[in-house]
Write a protein that binds this ligand. Structure first.
Ligand code: 9WN
Length: 454
């Protein structure tokens, strides 16, 4: 196992400001490492989260490839037999009141047994966006010789393929070739205005039936409301009562999200690259990526709005909100050219450009529900900025990518690696010392343009 000092031994940027930023970011990841994985935050999120671990691995690879591999493998060790990768893997050493909903709410090892939950570890029963294969490929690329020596890709590839099979086999609830999400926590953008209308159909669980632990650490104005939480709890309870079995449950919330599916596409391409590297046939993955890209465009593209929309599977209609999720498909390499141009126009137009920070707000700056500090209803997040920066580079918008990269690094450092910031002022919101902000800082300090689109 590497010692914290070993972590700082790899080649580093040489400019003093970058060096300070790099040391600060490394410090966050060292402090948040538990021995097998990284918590997003020691206070607000003290367990392992699925897409956080993927972003963390992307940054950790610049410090320790071994640790980055371990981060992903510890998550995949909690995979269910049906292929799902749970959104939280609980640390058994922590008391139940450290986070809500806790393991005794999800009860995965008992209630999820039929669906294939592992018996040796407690997890949540829902999922998060599939960034993992992309992360695994980038971790491999950081040191291919070490990766080969340890058989890293050979071990993770089958698990990642099973994860994608779950999403496309059990979660194509709309029948159009995209994966659906069944809880607002699944797309990772918990209280996005895109869910408001669909959530109105869900009767909230009474507030006295649960206790929010997030408010012990987070400011109420930065967090979802009690009403939101009541609905989150109701949906998760119903899923649990159906044994987390997608074959029998009738999901009351079911939507197709553009970012979730765009990440599935790039991760399918990563699986194809892994197969090639291992001398295995990878065509199934390239074909899937092409099919998913067609479905994404057919089902979610809104020509008039100039971005992708969420589709509500209960009404069959696109949701009339503009969010950062609708811009993230810029990541997809084979997107039709006119869509790339329109996305770029939207991104740089009045709804999504924040000239003071150069970051991307999570919601339309001119939208009726915009709130600069409340979580996914306006604040700028660093993981979405990283994804869009990569998308800009993928499509040759180098100047815009560089502007976003500089904005990211400035605001990440200035905010103390905050969870998110006010897009207009850069004021820090949410928790500080946040892992993916630090990890992606490390990545952008070491950006290798050759990786774009790989
Ligand atoms: C619920 C851990 C996670 C992120 C999500 C973010 C937030 C959790 C919460 O924190 O969600 O999963 O308690 O609010 O919305 O994207 O993965 O950092």
């Amino acid at each position: 196992m590497n010692s914290p000092l070993d972590l700082l031994d790899r080649p580093a940027p040489t400019a003093p400001a970058d060096l300070t930023l790099r040391r600060g970011a490394a410090r966050v990841l060292i402090d948040n490492w538990t021995g097998a994985s990284t918590v997003p935050s020691r206070t607000l999120y003290p367990h392992q989260w699925s897409w956080d671990s993927a972003f963390v691995a992307i940054g950790l690879r610049h410090l320790s490839v071994r640790r980055a591999q371990r981060e992903l493998e510890s998550l995949l060790a909690a995979q269910w037999a049906d292929g799902r990768v749970p959104h939280i893997v609980f640390n058994p050493a922590l008391p139940h009141d450290a986070y809500f909903p806790s393991p005794d709410f999800w009860r995965s090892s008992t209630e999820g047994r039929t669906a294939g939950a592992p018996s040796s570890v407690e997890t949540s029963g829902i999922v998060q966006p599939p960034v993992h294969a992309l992360a695994a490929w980038l971790v491999h690329r950081a040191d291919p010789a070490e990766s080969r020596r340890r058989g890293f890709l050979a071990r993770v590839r089958p698990r990642l393929a099973a994860w994608h099979d779950y999403l496309l086999g059990r979660r194509d609830l709309g029948g159009g070739g995209l994966a659906a999400v069944v809880h607002p926590w699944e797309p990772g953008m918990d209280n996005s205005p895109s869910w408001d209308r669909a959530l109105k159909r869900v009767e909230p669980s009474p507030p006295d039936t649960f206790r929010r632990a997030d408010l012990d650490h987070g400011h109420p104005a930065d967090r979802p409301t009690d009403l939101d939480y009541g609905r989150y709890v109701r949906l998760a309870t119903e899923y649990r009562e159906a044994g987390y079995d997608d074959r029998v449950v009738r999901h009351r919330f079911a939507v197709e999200d553009p970012a979730f599916n765009a990440l599935l596409i790039v991760s399918e391409l990563a699986l194809a690259a892994m197969a090639r590297e291992l001398g295995l046939p990878g065509q199934r993955h390239t074909e899937r990526a092409a099919g998913l890209t067609r479905a994404l465009v057919d089902r979610l593209w809104d020509e008039q709005a100039g971005l992708f929309r969420v589709r509500d599977l209960h009404t069959g209609a696109p949701v009339d909100e503009r969010t950062v999720s609708g811009l993230i498909p810029l990541l997809v390499p084979r997107l039709p050219e006119h869509i790339v141009r329109r996305l770029h126009t939207t991104l740089t137009g009045p709804r999504f450009s924040a000239p003071a920070t150069h970051l991307v707000p999570s919601y339309d700056l001119t939208g009726h529900a915009f709130d600069p500090t409340r979580y996914w209803r306006g604040p700028a997040w660093f993981n979405t900025a990283w994804l869009i920066e990569r998308g800009l580079r993928t499509h040759g918008f180098q100047t815009d990518a560089e502007r976003l990269r500089t904005g990211f690094l400035t605001e990440a450092g200035r905010s103390g690696f905050a969870e998110y910031v006010d897009p207009a002022t850069g004021a820090a919101c949410g928790t500080r010392h946040f892992s993916w902000t630090a990890a992606l800082t490390l990545d952008l300090l070491s950006t290798d343009p050759k990786e774009a689109g790989s």
